[in-house]
Design a protein around this ligand. Structure first.
Ligand SMILES: [Zn+2]
Length: 130
């Protein structure tokens, strides 16, 4: 598995083009309900088996069950009347807050750039295989 990860990271070609969010989870590049259900089940099972702090497991469970107190959920509970995102004025949902919001996109872009740099540093310090 390590070699596969190493090969995958080394195959990444960075360029100056704008990043895109791709949501193709099947080999056909299409998203199906069946695939979604399988992914959710695998995710739920995997979350509880991860060696991470219980509070992180619980938060991931909240996300997967749409129980995070985002503004759309607070409106349903009648705790706020305005469901718009405080960053960009779009409707705030879990998907919006973590992926679609302009602020989230900047955060993910920053994290991905840092993560790639860390992986490259690690890979450059590894002894050659074989
Ligand atoms: Zn937003």
């Amino acid at each position: 598995m390590w070699e596969e990860l190493r090969a995958a990271v080394q195959s990444i070609m960075l360029n100056d083009e704008e990043d895109q969010i791709l949501r193709s989870y099947s080999s056909m590049g299409k998203y199906s309900v069946h695939l979604y259900v399988v992914m959710v089940l695998v995710f739920i099972l995997a979350v509880w088996k991860l060696n991470i702090p219980p509070r992180v497991q619980f938060f991931l469970w909240l996300i997967s069950n749409n129980r995070v107190l985002t503004r759309d959920n607070l409106v349903k509970r009648r705790e706020v009347t305005d469901a718009t995102c405080l960053f960009c004025s779009e409707k705030e949902s879990i998907s919006h807050l973590f992926f679609d919001c302009c602020v989230a996109m900047h955060v993910w872009k920053f994290i991905s750039l840092c993560w790639i740099e860390v992986l490259v540093l690690i890979l450059n310090r590894l002894p050659p295989c074989g």
